[in-house]
Design a protein around this ligand. Structure first.
Ligand SMILES: *[C@@H]1O[C@H](CO)[C@@H](O)[C@H](O)[C@H]1NC(C)=O
Ligand SMILES: *[C@@H]1O[C@H](CO)[C@@H](O)[C@H](O)[C@H]1NC(C)=O
Length: 365
């Protein structure tokens, strides 16, 4: 412990260390030298884990569509964030509302069960809320990033939400209501061609990172296209504004890193893949991007490259690897026992979860 080092001093130390690591990554070599450097400064790292959460709170999750809804479980289970949810998983079964469970929960429950000084529920409500005021949110942002082509293919093949069937008319009629996955009408709409869909979703992560006063929601086919210049700014925000950057492709390592940075124990819920198509655990499950016939998202590629760089830097800084994550991963095998109460709802009159999850809080091997 280094009580005489202020967090600013540590931050300054880290900012000095970053370029060296980043350079090593670009050169794709010299990793051993970096490891040595890290070993020498191990004491600093140990201290970092303690303060980084405090500095980062209230956390502000920027949730890009198809990057992993289950990340909400990592956030809400942080110490003190949403105390009544301790030992309870949020997912489609426990929340209800089908594919709209996350939207439903964020809008109707989050503000009542989470402490605003630990986690900022998306306000005004919007499941895929963009950055709304970067200067105020800088340093508090957290998020999972996904390879742009994979994100687009995952969106295209998501038959439950049928994003590819979204029409402009749908948004004209009922602007602001983002989750349409519940609607049978939406489910039955024909998908537009993949090439068209890809153009529509292109730059989607950039859009959420730089469009501070959007007139259209992220999933609206009419949303404005972003430019490479926007992508450069978005990438800068990923590097400077995010307290935590995870990669959907490296889900388990990301969860492990999250806890090394912010403390708290890894939890089975965080590994529960709420939607199979979000699963980034292994390369075999990647979508075959030859479907895109050479097309790629040259805007979001810039953002994803920045996210991957920050992610790998942090793996080094916090000594996170398959080896050092074994204890965290041992929680993966725990599964929720029993059937979960699906019918309980938020009780408006008493302002709390009424009897929700009573059966759900038991973990078994
Ligand atoms: C990383 O963790 C391993 C396993 O706990 C430990 O042996 C090693 O010293 C750590 N390295 C650094 C740089 O902290
Ligand atoms: C954004 O946040 C800053 C810093 O907290 C604040 O001064 C400013 O008024 C905010 N801007 C808007 C448009 O809310």
């Amino acid at each position: 412990m280094l009580p005489f080092l202020s967090s600013h001093a540590i931050a300054r130390f880290l900012s000095l260390l970053y370029p060296a690591i980043s350079l090593a990554w670009r050169r794709n070599g010299d990793e051993e030298a970096i490891q040595m450097q890290l070993l020498q400064h191990k004491f600093v790292l140990e201290d970092v884990a303690g303060w980084s959460l405090e500095e980062a709170q209230p956390l502000d999750w920027i949730h890009f569509p198809k990057t992993g809804s289950s990340f909400v479980n990592a956030i809400v289970h942080l110490n003190g964030a949403c105390p009544s949810l301790a030992n309870f998983a949020l997912n489609e079964d426990t929340v209800g509302s089908g594919t709209c469970w996350l939207s439903y929960w964020l809008e109707h429950k989050c503000p009542y069960v989470c402490n605003a000084d630990k986690y900022t529920c998306p306000q005004p409500f919007h499941a895929h809320l963009p950055v709304t005021n970067y200067s105020a949110q800088r340093g508090h942002l957290v998020g999972m990033f996904r390879d742009p082509n994979q994100r687009i293919l995952s969106g295209y093949h998501d038959d439950d939400n049928n994003f590819a069937g979204y029409t402009e008319e749908l948004f004209t009629r009922d602007l602001g209501v983002e989750c349409r996955g519940q609607s049978e009408v939406v489910k039955s709409l024909p998908k537009r061609p993949l090439s068209e869909f890809a153009e529509m979703w292109k730059g989607g992560m950039t859009y959420q990172l730089v469009t501070e006063h959007p007139t259209t929601v992220t999933l609206d086919p009419r949303r404005l296209q972003v430019t490479r210049r926007d992508a450069t700014e978005a990438a800068r925000r990923v590097r400077d504004g995010f307290a935590f950057v995870g990669l959907t492709e490296e889900w388990d390592l990301s969860i492990c890193l999250f806890h090394k940075m912010f403390g708290g124990a890894c939890n089975a819920f965080e590994f529960v893949d709420t939607r199979p198509s979000f699963d980034g655990k292994s390369a075999e499950q990647d979508y075959d991007d030859s479907e895109l016939q050479g097309w790629y998202d040259d805007i979001d590629d810039v953002v994803y490259a920045a996210a991957a760089e920050v992610f790998h830097q942090n793996l080094f800084l916090f000594n996170v690897s398959q080896e050092t994550c074994q204890e965290c991963y041992s929680k993966r095998s725990l599964r929720l026992k029993g059937s979960l109460a699906q019918t309980a709802f938020y009780d408006e009159s008493c302002g709390y979860w009424a009897g929700m999850f009573v059966e759900a809080g038991v973990l078994v091997d």
